[in-house]
Design a protein around this ligand. Structure first.
Ligand SMILES: NC(=O)c1ccc[n+]([C@@H]2O[C@H](COP(=O)([O-])OP(=O)(O)OC[C@H]3O[C@@H](n4cnc5c(N)ncnc54)[C@H](O)[C@@H]3O)[C@@H](O)[C@H]2O)c1
Length: 267
């Protein structure tokens, strides 16, 4: 049931590719809670994704932007302020892609040119977005900026490969830039570390289906769904979480605190 938690707020949501995308659910929930939003994704994703159907359903605009291009980000932020008639109150970075994982390169045999692209798309784009937004003065006071992360930033999950390092960098940017945003405009910056979720990016990781089942058993509450993640994002964009910043917040049904789950021994 909607609570009007984001009434009057404006935001930009990156990364809704299809209806399995976490960002898709976040966009739907933000609209339900009264926010006005702009959707964005990489120009290539416009061709094979379904973002236009979401925009039609939510009656909002789509502005293509490659999140690694500061020019595209500047254009996105400037146009969003025009369309929504004001500065942003929230932004969601929901972007991840590993070239080495896609091309099945092992972690001990990485192609470093591909790794640069992985880090640029999955982590440095977050810094670029925050830097562009700060230069353009695009965020309202007490705004909220979020990116989505994964626990492989802290613990070893071998098949997650270089994405683990990309997520560690992403979380570090939330802390480091979070300081500057807090001082400049009391804007908070956090990452949400989400359970494995069945999406295009998630399913690209080797052994994802088996691991999804393992995490489901390891987490006392089970894996957090994308809809539950969207609810958490809404809470983080709302005025109820104004003093939470520079954190990596686990949204994982308890997985990150577990050492051993008896359920897994019973097999
Ligand atoms: N699915 C999971 O198991 C899981 C778990 C924890 C965290 N996450 C994170 O959640 C976020 C969203 O992923 P998802 O699982 O919803 O998958 P998804 O494939 O639906 O979303 C990934 C998005 O990144 C976009 N993207 C890729 N390159 C881009 C670029 N250059 N510029 C702009 N956008 C670009 C894609 O078009 C896509 O929309 C990612 O950061 C992912 O790492 C996912």
């Amino acid at each position: 049931m909607p609570h009007g938690l984001l009434k009057g707020k404006r935001g930009i949501i990156f990364g809704a590719l299809d209806n399995k995308s976490i960002a898709w659910k976040v966009a739907e929930r933000c609209a339900e809670e009264g926010a006005t939003i702009v959707l964005t994704n990489a120009p290539a994703a416009m061709r094979f994704g379904e973002i236009n159907a979401l925009a039609e359903a939510l009656k909002c605009e789509v502005i293509p932007a490659d999140a690694t291009s500061t020019e595209d980000l500047d254009n996105l932020l400037t146009k969003s302020m025009e369309i929504l008639d004001g500065k942003m109150d929230f932004m969601l970075h929901s972007i991840g892609m590993s070239v080495n994982v896609r091309k099945k390169k092992e972690y001990t045999d990485l192609n470093y040119e591909w790794m640069k692209t992985t880090l640029d798309v999955s982590a440095i784009s977050f810094h670029k977005l925050m830097q562009s937004a700060m230069k353009l003065d695009a965020m309202n006071e007490w705004g909220s900026i979020l990116a989505l992360s994964y626990i492989a930033a802290q613990r070893v999950f071998p098949d997650y490969s270089e994405m683990a390092d990309a997520k560690a960098l992403l979380e570090s940017f939330a802390r480091s830039f979070g300081y500057h945003w807090a001082k400049k405009a009391r804007v908070r910056v956090n990452t949400i570390s989400q359970s494995p979720t069945v999406t295009t990016a998630g399913s690209g990781v080797k052994g994802f289906t088996d691991f999804f089942g393992y995490a489901e058993k390891m987490s006392p509450l089970g894996n957090a769904s994308s809809l539950a993640c969207a609810d958490y994002c809404v809470a983080m964009f709302s005025d109820l979480t104004r003093m939470v910043t520079m954190q990596n917040l686990f949204h994982d049904g308890g997985f990150s605190s577990m050492g051993m789950a008896p359920e897994l021994l019973e097999e």
